[in-house]
Write a protein that binds this ligand. Structure first.
Ligand code: X8Z
Ligand code: ZN
Length: 683
């Protein structure tokens, strides 16, 4: 996770979070502070002291988290939970002390800092020490369960165990209906045991949120956007309405193609919903792996990035084997393979760094290359979910910064673009390290998620050809539609997913979704927003939300929805800064220092001012707006409309409940969504 933002950080199971995709860490006091503000201290002095204490205690906190994510066992979990507990206890103290300054004179910066202090964690801590300890233990355990999640089949000699990466490989590559179903269902077994922990987790964080004066944890999460929480929720509805028609067109086209591949019976679930296990992705959040089924014009402009990366891997492997000679042992061959995997992962990362340095941003510090986890270690469990870490807030001079990423990189397109995403977090850290710790965060958390993705939008076919990943790019209408489709499968398909996760959690936190309806509510929201459904019954014996990292990791998710709108606004502005004319989708600002300077200036603000001001500086607009998404995809949307002519688009969310024996009928309260003029066609 990448984050470093104090507010509702992205971080995962930990406590405060100063960073974007990493665990939240709450700094622990180093100075002997009591529960009282120190005598004679002014508000500004108090804020300065808190900032200093955060910075002093931060490295030890993040180290504990790093260890527990890259070496999962009982000991590392204990140490991480303890560190987190101390951090959150310290946070409680500061928040308590800050009360003494309510109404006192202070600078505008201090006012903002004190607001941000209360939002520093996405895991609001109960005051009671025993319950706080219980909370951090549960949080560490849930994340550990996710990271170590393994699905085994068979017995004895035939026993086969697979982790997430291997199960994802099946969804990525297999087109066998049953094989995919088994991989999908298999992964969803790992979260069943999390359910009681999650129920308790919700009670404990709600206790913490209410002690801080929030209605519940969801209300607290919605308070981090420089506007009233209700207004923020309404903003997300507004943005979704803006982009929904585009999603509906993509959904309609995709359903048709799935029916073509799997037959009318198996290519959809009753009501016109897309079968969850056939979308090439465990959570149906990115449909890019369905390229073989969805490519509009076969071979028009080859954009097979994964093939290009595979080729590089094979070359590295060839070299590694050659080095070991023709008589290499099995062990040596195995080592050659590991060496090649690491090498291609590093080269992919260097390639991503090159984009940033082409914008005149600094090279990553040496320590980054030394301490990053590039590939999955073989000797222990780790959390493979990608994240970016600022270990010490030491980047002012760019020399002492200890920044890292943690991934299990494979040579495919998805991981390649994720590297660009993660480096976006890292460059944000480096740029705002000169701010006081309480301002070391994204302008809002959606900004933090959007930096690297803005760069991904600038990875045009021309750019990809210039770095040798794809060849033979020709300008044609068909190549354009192919390129747009490739981007839409990643970006447009994501939008409703980005929304539904926290729609579920907001409901869980405010009590409108009770524990005995967790799974039902989850699938109702999946049906309503995404138009997807499981092919088999998913009753309350399952806990399917827990199979998505950010739920056991407690990372708020609305940030990704915002990011998927914001990144198009950022992209458009940087294109303008680079002097681009012509259609938006055609722009890359690779190698343009002007665009780079504009970007960097924004990053340096961190969270020191309301995000609206930062957005205005960059884009001239202080509202998040879906207009740039629609502008970018205008050619594709036109094309999709034509393809879908005469088809019955849309779906019926009421049909979402699995029509299997034990399933309860969907509640009448779920309105049909995306209301088709006529009901969706039945399979
Ligand atoms: O979690 C992430 C990043 C780390 S912040 C890898 N993302 C979301 C996800 O994977 O669910 C990036 C896009 C959405
Ligand atoms: Zn991220």
């Amino acid at each position: 996770m990448n984050h470093r933002h104090l507010l509702l950080p992205l971080a995962i199971a930990a406590g405060l979070s100063l960073s974007a995709c990493k665990k939240e860490t709450t700094p622990e006091a180093t100075a002997p502070t009591g529960t009282q503000a120190q005598g004679g201290e002014t508000a500004d002095q108090f804020v300065a002291r808190v900032n200093a204490e955060i910075k002093a205690s931060y490295p030890e906190q993040t180290s504990a988290q790093w260890l527990s994510s890259t070496f999962i066992n009982d000991d590392s979990q204990r140490v991480a939970a303890k560190a987190n507990e101390r951090s959150l206890a310290q946070l409680n103290q500061w928040i308590e002390q800050a009360k003494a300054f309510e109404g006192a004179p202070m600078s505008e910066d201090s006012k903002r800092a004190l607001t941000l202090l209360k939002l520093m964690t996405s895991m609001p801590p109960p005051r009671d020490p025993a319950r706080l300890a219980e909370l951090t233990t549960i949080a560490a355990r849930m994340e550990g369960m996710y990271g170590a999640g393994t699905y085994c089949t068979g017995e004895g000699e035939a026993k086969q165990c697979r982790q997430l990466g291997e199960l994802e490989d099946v969804l990525r590559s297999s087109r066998d209906y049953d094989e995919q179903l088994q991989a999908w269902e298999g992964w969803h077994t790992i979260s069943r045991p999390m359910r009681p922990d999650y129920v308790r987790f919700v009670e404990l964080v709600n206790e913490g949120a209410s002690a801080m004066g929030f209605a519940d944890t969801g209300a607290m999460w919605r308070s981090g956007y420089d506007m009233p929480p209700d207004a923020f929720a309404a903003e997300t509805d507004r943005l979704w309405e803006q982009v929904k028609p585009l999603y509906e067109q993509l959904h309609c086209y995709t359903r048709d193609k799935l029916e073509g591949s799997y037959g009318i019976e198996r290519g959809q679930v009753a009501g016109g919903l897309l079968p969850a296990h056939l979308m090439g992705n465990m959570w149906q959040q990115d449909w890019g792996n369905l390229w073989d089924i969805l490519e509009p014009y076969k071979g028009a402009g080859s954009l097979d990035i994964s093939a290009g990366l595979q080729k590089q891997f094979q070359q590295d492997l060839g070299a590694a084997l050659y080095k070991r000679g023709a008589s290499a042992s099995v062990q040596q061959r195995f080592e050659a393979e590991r060496e090649a995997q690491l090498q291609v992962a590093r080269r992919m990362t260097e390639r991503a760094q090159d984009f940033y340095t082409s914008l005149d941003m600094p090279r990553l510090p040496e320590g980054y290359w030394a301490r990053t986890q590039f590939i999955k270690p073989l000797d222990r469990d780790v959390v493979c979910h990608a994240s970016a870490w600022d270990m010490n807030m030491g980047g002012e001079d760019g020399k002492s910064a200890d920044v890292r990423t943690k991934m299990c990189i494979k040579p495919n397109e998805e991981d390649f673009t994720t590297i660009y995403h993660e480096l976006g977090h890292v460059y944000y850290y480096l740029a705002y390290n000169q701010q006081p710790p309480l301002f070391q965060g994204g302008a809002n958390d959606g900004f933090h998620e959007a930096i690297g993705d803005t760069i991904v939008l600038a990875m045009t076919p021309k750019y990809l050809e210039s770095i040798g990943l794809v060849e033979g790019q020709a300008q044609s209408e068909q190549a354009l539609i192919n390129a747009q489709m490739r981007m839409a499968l990643a970006k447009v398909a994501f939008l409703p997913f980005g929304l539904m996760i926290d729609r579920w959690r907001w409901g869980v936190f405010d009590g409108s979704i009770a524990p005995d309806h967790y799974n039902q509510a989850w699938w109702e929201l999946k049906a309503k927003y995404q138009g997807v459904a499981p092919a088999s019954a998913r009753g309350e014996e399952f806990f399917d939300p827990g199979a998505k990292y950010h739920v056991p990791g407690n990372t708020p998710y609305t940030r990704y929805f915002l990011s998927h709108v914001l990144q198009f606004q950022f992209y458009k502005s940087l294109c303008e800064a680079a002097g681009h004319t012509g259609p938006l989708y055609d722009c890359t600002f690779y190698g343009n220092p002007e665009a780079g300077r504009k970007f960097w200036t924004m990053l340096q603000h961190g969270s020191s001012q309301p995000w609206q001001a930062t957005l205005k500086e960059l884009t001239g607009n202080e509202q998040i707006d879906g207009g740039a998404v629609l502008e970018y995809f205008a050619p594709l949307q036109e094309w999709l409309k034509k393809q879908n002519e005469g088809k019955q688009c849309g779906w019926q969310a009421t049909a979402a409940a699995p029509a299997a024996p034990a399933a309860a009928p969907a509640p009448a309260s779920t309105p049909p969504q995306a209301a088709p003029e006529a009901p969706a066609k039945q399979g």
